[in-house]
Design a protein around this ligand. Sequence first.
Ligand code: FAD
Length: 459
Amino acid sequence: MKNNYDIAIIGGGIGGLMAAHRLAELDPSLSIALFEKGNPLDRRICPIIAKKTKTCIKCKSCAIMEGLAGAGAFSDGKYVISTEYGGWLTEFLPDETVIDYIEQADKILINFGATTERFMPSNELKKLCLKYDLHMSQAQVKHLGTDSNFDTMLNLIHALEDKVEIHTNSNVTNVDKETHTLTVQSKGSEQTCTADKIIFAVGRAGSLFFSDWCEKNNIPLHNNQVDIGVRVELPSLVWEDFAKKIYEPKIRYRSKEYGDIIRMFCFNDRGQVVTENTNGVLTVNGHSYRDESRKTKNSNFALLSTTNFTQPFKEPIEYARHVASLANLISGGSVLVQRLGDLEVGRRTDEKRLRQGTVRPTLFAVPGDLSLCIPKRQLDNIIETLHALDQIAPGTANYDTLLYGIECKYYSARPRCNEFEIEGCPGIYAVGDGAGFTRSLSQASANGLYVADLIAKNV
Ligand SMILES: Cc1cc2nc3c(=O)[nH]c(=O)nc-3n(C[C@H](O)[C@H](O)[C@H](O)COP(=O)(O)OP(=O)(O)OC[C@H]3O[C@@H](n4cnc5c(N)ncnc54)[C@H](O)[C@@H]3O)c2cc1C
C-alpha cells in the first residue's frame, strides 16, 4: 500500500468497481486504490452454495454479501433499465441523466460479457394487473443470470487489476474527514494512507459502519423506511406467463385493511432461495441461473410490506434487524419456512407437514410459525397481497405455497450531501446502496460512474 493516492474507493461492489473503471479510463495517470473487506471474487465461496453445510454457519465474511463484486456477485443479475424502481437517484438527478448512466453501465457490462437480450414491458399484463388494483412497474429488464453475472464481474475485475490497486481482505475502519487519512485493517495489522478524493461505496454490508461514521462526524442522516416480509416460493408454472413475457413482474398493492404498500419484486424464475448474513443477522433472498441445467422447478419472489416511521422513532434498521433476529432465534440460528395454508389456519409447519406439501423447498430452512415473529400488521398485509396476486396468477395463494422469513430491506441512512459530496467533507463522496441512494445493480453502477465523472472533472 502506498502512503498517498489520488483516489481511494471503499468497497468493491458494482458501484465502487464502476467508479474505478471510469476513473482509470478517463485518466490512466491517476493513482487509485480500491479497498474491499471481503475476499477476491474467485475466493468467495458460500458453504451453503458449495453444499458443505445446509444452514448458515455465519462465516466471518459473508460470501454472499461481501467481497469483490459486492452483494451483486451471486445475484440473479437482473439489470433494470428504468427509473421507476431500483433506487432514488432521480431525487438528485434528472430522469434522462439517470437512464443515460444506466445505459453507459450496461455497455460496460456488455463489453465484459453480459447479454444484450432485453425483456420489454407489457401493456397487456399491466392491464390485467390494474383490473385487480395491482400496479405493475413498466421497465426494460435484462437477466444476466447468476452464473453469467459472476463471469462478467470477474472479467471487469481482471481488466481493472492493471490500472487500480485492488486490496481485498482490507477493511477500512476509519476515515479522518480533515486529513483524508484512511485506516485499513488487513491480515491482522493496521495501516494508514491518505487520498485526495475518497468514495464510500460500502453497500448494505457497510451501512452500519457508514452511518456510525456519519454520526461520529456530525453529518445529518435521513431514513425512516423499512420493508419487512417474506420470500415466496411456488411452482414456476404459476408465474410462467409473466416470466416469459417480461421476466420480472414488479407489482405494488395497497392493502385494504391498513392502506399500506406491499411490493412484490426480486422475482427469480426457476430459481433458488438463499440466505444472506448482514452484520450477523440471517435473512432470505433469491437468485436464479441462466444455465438451463441449474434451473429448479420453483420460482421465488420477495413480498415486503413498507413501513414509514414517524416521530419519535428513528431506527428503522434496528427495527428490521430485531424482527429478523426473532426468526433467527426461534429457528435455532437459521431462517423459517412455513406453508401459507398452515399460516392461515394458525398452526406451525413442521417437518412432516413440509414433506406432505407439494412444493419442494430449494433452501434448507427450519419449518415453523412466521406469526411468532412477523408483526401482525405486516403479516396481514402479506396474506392479503398473496390473495390479490392469486387473481392474476392463480396458484399464488395455494395451501402449499412456501413462505420463508424474514426477508427485509432496510435502506441505509442517507447523508446530507451536494452532488454526492458529503456535507462538510470536501472531496469525500458516497455512492450506492450503503448511502441509501440506490437499491439495484443498475442504479448503483450509474451512481459510481456519475461520481467518477464529477471527480475526474475536478482532479
Ligand atoms: C442475493 C442478492 C440478490 C440480488 N439481486 C439483485 C438483482 O437481481 N438485481 C439488482 O438490481 N439488484 C440485486 N441485488 C441488490 C444489488 O446487489 C445491490 O443493489 C448492489 O450490489 C449495490 O451495489 P453497491 O456497490 O452499492 O454495494 P455492494 O454491492 O453491497 O458492495 C459494497 C461492498 O463494500 C464492501 N465494504 C463494506 N464496508 C467496507 C469497509 N468498511 N471497508 C472495505 N470494504 C467494505 C462490502 O464487503 C461490499 O463488497 C441483490 C442483492 C443480493 C444480496
